[in-house]
Design a protein around this ligand. Structure first.
Ligand code: ADP
Length: 388
């Protein structure tokens, strides 16, 4: 009886033991699963936060570089990689290993010493003269200890280019104005010193003064036109414009200039209607035909022609049979004050601004302008306009 009772009790206890162990095991399995899920969730959250951070940093226009306290790269955003032309993973590298820009390494040392450096300008000559502005500061923890350095890079290249262009423009304008002005001054002084007593000499000098005053006038008109076009103040009055009669009008305006040089003017344009500002297109044609006469051959021929391009545009050309333009200069002739032959241009009363005015006007119509030339055989200028 006792034996049976003991046996039943032991069996019950064994059963209880196994039941309890099973329960404990299930519980710990559940805990482990919960723990793993928690860790996974935490890790996922961390990854999500990192990805969000990366998206945020990559959407910045400024380059961002984060260094740890050992000056190793912790993070570099997309703009930074683009600024420095980098494609490799930079994490863990030093500035010198990753970029080889000694000035930047020196800047980081300065930031560590001073806490922050603002608006430091950095030139990267190996990237076709790229200019950067760097703002940098030390990152510290709650205890005030240095944790790393943050550097923000702003691309100044465009700004520097504009600054240089403006300086060149001012220098060019001053130079262009000074030449006729000093001639006028010189001849006026000579007249006052007694030359006026000789009517023949006086007349010759006065004619020179008149020519140079006209030149100044022309230059100032062109400068005002350029500045109005560049500031975007010019509003185009777009309307259906018949080009053939417009070419005829321009030929009439320039008739005497062509005749003086024995140049034949040919209007070969078919009936084309552009959606354009008639006065501005008049200016474009006048500049191109005037140049074609100026730089064309004596007893030569200037023709205007064109047609539809097929993509809703019209292409007009002005062709001469003069000296032409050296291939190397073809891209540059649309720049302000660029001339292939300075003396020749000035002799002909050129300001060096005509083609850049042409380019501005055509571009403001959404068109394009280009030139082709076979040196010695003439030049052809093409421009496009939207079809009406
Ligand atoms: P410019 O007042 O000197 O004529 P433009 O801007 O009209 O100024 O032209 C710039 C330069 O382009 C000229 O100085 C000249 O060297 C060259 N050029 C323009 N048109 C022609 C052409 N039809 N044939 C040869 N050279 C030309």
């Amino acid at each position: 009886m006792w034996f049976a009772l003991t046996l039943i009790l032991s069996a019950a206890l064994v059963h209880l033991h196994f039941w309890w162990r099973g329960k404990l095991r299930a519980q710990s399995r559940q805990q482990a699963a919960d723990l793993a899920a928690g860790q996974r969730q935490q890790q996922q959250q961390r990854l999500d936060a990192q990805a969000q951070q990366q998206v945020l940093f990559n959407s910045m226009l400024e380059g961002l570089l984060l260094l740890d306290k050992n000056r190793r790269i912790n993070l570099a955003n997309r703009a930074f990689n683009n600024l420095f032309g980098l494609k490799l993973e930079l994490r863990g590298k030093t500035i010198l290993e990753a970029l080889r820009v000694h000035e930047l390494e020196a800047l980081v040392q300065r930031v560590e010493a001073e806490g922050q450096v603002l608006e430091h300008e950095l030139k990267l000559p190996e990237f076709s003269e790229r200019w950067l502005q760097v703002n940098a500061a030390v990152i510290t923890n709650a205890a005030g200890e240095r944790e790393g350095t943050i550097l923000v890079f702003h691309d100044l290249t465009r700004l520097k280019q504009l600054e240089r262009q403006r300086e060149e423009f001012v220098a060019n304008v001053s130079h262009e104005l000074r030449t006729p002005l000093s001639l006028i001054k010189g001849y006026v002084e000579t007249l006052l010193d007694g030359a006026r007593d000789n009517p023949e000499v006086a007349e010759r000098f006065l004619k020179i003064i008149e020519r140079n005053a006209n030149r100044l006038d022309l230059l100032i008109q062109d400068l005002l036109a350029i500045s109005a076009l560049e500031s975007g103040k010019v509003t185009l009055v777009l309307q259906p414009t018949d080009l053939r009669p417009l070419v005829e009008k321009v030929f009439n305006d320039l008739h005497s200039r062509a005749e003086n040089k024995g140049v034949k003017l040919l209007n070969e344009l078919p009936a084309l209607t552009a959606k354009a500002d008639v006065n501005r297109v008049d200016q474009v044609l006048a500049n191109l035909v005037d140049n074609a006469i100026k730089y064309g051959r004596v007893q030569g021929c200037v023709s205007v022609g064109g047609g539809e391009t097929g993509d809703g545009k019209l292409e007009i050309f002005v062709r001469d049979d003069g000296l032409g333009i050296p291939t190397a200069a073809l891209d540059r002739i649309f720049e302000r004050f660029y001339r292939v032959d300075k003396a020749r241009s000035r002799d002909q009363g050129g300001t060096g601004l005509g083609l850049s005015i042409v380019k501005h006007i055509v571009q403001s119509h959404g068109g394009e302008v280009r030139a082709t030339s076979e040196p010695g055989k003439g030049a052809t200028f093409f421009f496009t306009l939207p079809k009406a």
